[in-house]
Design a protein around this ligand. Sequence first.
Ligand SMILES: [Zn+2]
Length: 513
Amino acid sequence: MAAPSRLLIRGGRVVNDDLSQVADVLVEDGVVRALGRDLLPPGGAPAGLRVLDAAGKLVLPGGIDTHTHMQFPFMGARSVDDFHQGTKAALAGGTTMIIDFAIPQKGSSLIKAFETWRSWADPKVCCDYSLHVAVTWWSDQVKEEMKILTQDKGVNSFKMFMAYKDLYMVRDEELYAAFSQCKEIGAIAQVHAENGDLIAEGAKKMLALGITGPEGHELCRPEAVEAEATLRAITIASAVNCPLYIVHVMSKSAAKVIADARRDGKVVYGEPIAASLGTDGTHYWHKDWHHAAHHVMGPPLRPDPSTPDFLMNLLANGDLTTTGTDHCTFNTCQKALGKDDFTKIPNGVNGVEDRMSVIWEKGVHSGKMDENRFVAVTSTNAAKVFNLYPRKGRIAVGSDADIVIWDPKATRTISARTHHQTVNFNIFEGMVCHGVPLVTISRGKVVYEAGVLSVTAGDGKFIPRKPFAEYIYKRIKQRDQVKSEKRILLFPSLLSVVSPWRNRPHFNSPRCF
Ligand SMILES: [Zn+2]
């Protein structure tokens, strides 16, 4: 590992979610030390200070990918991007932090799963990372472990699956219990929102009809299956006043449910992913089976080709909040496990390297959002929701020096032949993207420059996250407080509302009961 260096990023346009300004950024010991005009001493750069010219370029907070599955054992395979290759690819694409998922089997310990994922990631990661933990079953032990993970292990987000019946799926009463515990310990509840029972029935029906190809994957889980579960999760979370985060929003219907709930004042956040913003589900009908299978993920991409634009508009105007990728990559030979039966195709697509460029191209270059909103949806909002802000998601004095020098005018063509992801396929193949990361800086170290990576496995660090993120919990706490005050104030008047009924002649009559 190279000694921590001093860097001066000169003359770029520093973009935060609320402001863009031309400024120099001085980086020392992995953090931003100074931000302002003309930070270079008049005599030139002193020894030990490296100057990076960013004139005419943007200087952005490094991306935070809220949703990855590196080296995930799933559906009889293991995703091929491990924590080393996956985080290298992230850095090459301008992402400097990932949040992955520790997922226990039903009946096993959450803490053990967390420790297992840490043991996989710690020696390999090239950028900072954190872990969400999944709740795949319910018991007093699970409840207690959620508390320990939050208090001692730096976990403030728990994901529940409403799909993957018999594997990870939990029922409504378990969701209710898990949401209640999230609220108690100050975590945010996350859900994979799809109706697992309907999917299981739909899959049987498709196979009985002789539909065994990848198109069956979408046909057995249409949009309504995602929208219904999204609404159900919001209803349950709302019943216990627990903040809720819907991972991988894939359809217009589900996005509309989230937008409506937010207009109703619900504390709910939606996360579209690079795949749902950058491509669509027409690929499931591609004549090449492998091509189609490489797009299989859950929930599926939607065949309605207006979906990506619709989701991008909602992301631009604030109905949707963050962006991840659900990066979970399987090679062609692994996808072939389902060659005779679409239910056996390992679910997952790429995106960790592509997300920033895809969102710049489809979001900023298209004119749907500006550079500040781009920063909000690619890093700042994630940092706020998951309580990493302003250490991450902002370029300010004291923040971690996770920075990207970004060329908004340059273009690159995404291809599996040139990408740094291990997987032998790219769902964005051939897409020409404006917005190219020129230099990526991770904790003050230049790790990617002019197309060349210089990383060391294990240089990334696990970033613990504290509970009760202000960005989400200020409102929740205030609502609880006002509600309890109201209850006390309203109690006498409530009595008077009830009492006239009490006086009705038949009120105590046995006939009424
Ligand atoms: Zn996922």
